[in-house]
Design a protein around this ligand. Structure first.
Ligand SMILES: Cc1ncc(COP(=O)(O)O)c(C=O)c1O
Length: 395
């Protein structure tokens, strides 16, 4: 799956991270646990900001540009250019709506586009807030779990069709998929678009990880599938994962048809006031000037997913791991270890490593943990070493 690249091509500057420096950060990742715990639980990277993003933020601070956000043609145009070059997706900048973050956008769209108790289909194991935010919007979660195919996790298109047949009104599609790292193929997505049209289902396509499609995988934006898809799809995109700026609070909902434009026009007007202006500035710089940095990052993440496989093979060969096709997330099947408790609790207590709890991703996540690999080779090594040292060995 992954293209082989010469090791020399991986930029070494990304490995220049010091845990002491990282601990000076005040974000949740570095404050949630005591100082002896290595955090790898949240979908956040440890690398220094992309230089163009850092420069744009410094300039904004220099001119005290810290007021409320305003709708931004610059951002819409920068996103459109990025999408065209990266994904061959011709999006209309006029169809871009700023939202504070992807989950707020999804929740607010559900509020205006559904009736109480409408079914929303998701594909577990999946990003845990999908469960809570669907409930928060007054809707009902309908599960169409991923299945294990010969090539790792696959969509169960028959289960999806049954869910639509049974009356679900919305499909919350996660692509690239968190936590499995699947980047879905065009043929699978065309079938989804066909099913959604047949059963008149609204598709909310969460593409927050799209910039992180790794070598060997090509992200296909749902809205690039054509008119039929555009008539019933709202895409949610963001620079926050690719360039690691989630705390700056800016994401984008994108529509490509009058029908969907009518839906986003009903979103609360005050949504823009909850968007971070520094997020708008940083996202514009990321899409416009941050592509070289992103390409370097992808080389590092590609290296990391392979390194992860090697480290596990050496130290914890019982853990099952399928390198992700996109994102920096490792979804680790620890069931064969037969640990005395859920792995997330075990590795926190005995390894002092904080991971994402598998069961929160759906019932099929019991016995799994999610680990963030967006860090240096040295820190990745230390995480796996700590996990390995924690596992009891036969006497
Ligand atoms: C698939 C997916 N959707 C949404 C989010 C949350 O994004 P935001 O902070 O923009 O709500 C994440 C964060 O990890 C995610 O992985």
């Amino acid at each position: 799956m992954a293209q082989t690249r010469p090791a020399a091509a991986v930029p070494t500057s990304f490995d220049d991270l010091s845990i002491d420096e990282l601990r000076r950060r005040s974000s949740d990742k570095w404050r949630k646990y005591p100082a002896d715990v290595l955090p790898a639980f949240v979908a956040e990277m440890d690398f220094a900001l992309a230089p163009p993003v850092a420069a744009a933020l410094r300039q904004a601070v220099g001119r005290s540009d810290t007021g409320y956000a305003s709708p931004s043609d610059d951002l819409s145009r920068a996103l459109a250019t990025f999408a065209a070059q990266r994904f061959q997706w011709q999006l209309d900048p006029a169809g871009v709506v700023l939202i504070p973050d992807v989950m707020v956008g999804i929740t607010e769209v559900l509020r205006v586009a559904t009736a109480p108790d409408d079914g929303v289909v998701i594909n577990p194991p999946v990003y845990p807030p999908f469960y809570t935010h669907i409930a928060e919007a007054g809707c009902r979660v309908v599960e169409a779990p991923l299945v294990n195919g010969s090539d790792g996790y696959e969509l169960d298109l028959a289960a999806l069709e049954r869910a639509f047949q049974d009356g679900a009104r919305v499909y919350l599609f996660c692509n690239p998929h968190n936590p499995t790292g699947r980047v879905f193929r065009r043929a699978e997505m065309e079938r989804i678009a066909e099913l959604a049209a047949t059963y008149d289902v609204l598709v909310l396509s969460d593409e927050i990880h799209a910039p992180l499609a790794l070598p060997g995988a090509q992200h296909v934006p749902f809205l690039s599938l054509g008119r039929r898809a555009a008539d019933r799809t709202i895409a949610f995109v963001s620079a926050t994962k690719g360039w690691n700026i989630p705390g700056l609070k800016c994401a984008q909902a994108v529509v490509g048809s009058d029908r969907m434009r009518a839906v986003v026009q009903r979103l609360p007007e005050e949504l823009i006031a909850r968007v971070g202006n520094l997020g708008v500035i940083a996202s514009t710089a990321a899409y416009r000037d941050g592509v070289t940095w992103l390409d370097d990052l992808l080389l590092v993440l590609d290296r990391n997913r392979r390194l992860m496989g090697e480290l596990l093979m050496e130290q914890l060969p019982a853990i099952r791991y399928q390198p992700p096709q996109g994102t920096y997330l490792a979804w680790l099947d620890c069931r064969v270890l037969n640990l005395p408790r859920e792995p997330v609790e075990f590795f926190l207590e005995h390894g002092r490593v904080a991971l994402g709890p598998g069961p929160k991703f759906g019932s099929s996540g019991a016995g799994f943990v999610r680990m963030t690999m967006g860090t240096s080779a040295g820190i990745l090594r230390e995480i796996v070493e700590r996990m390995s040292a924690a596992v009891p060995r036969p006497a």
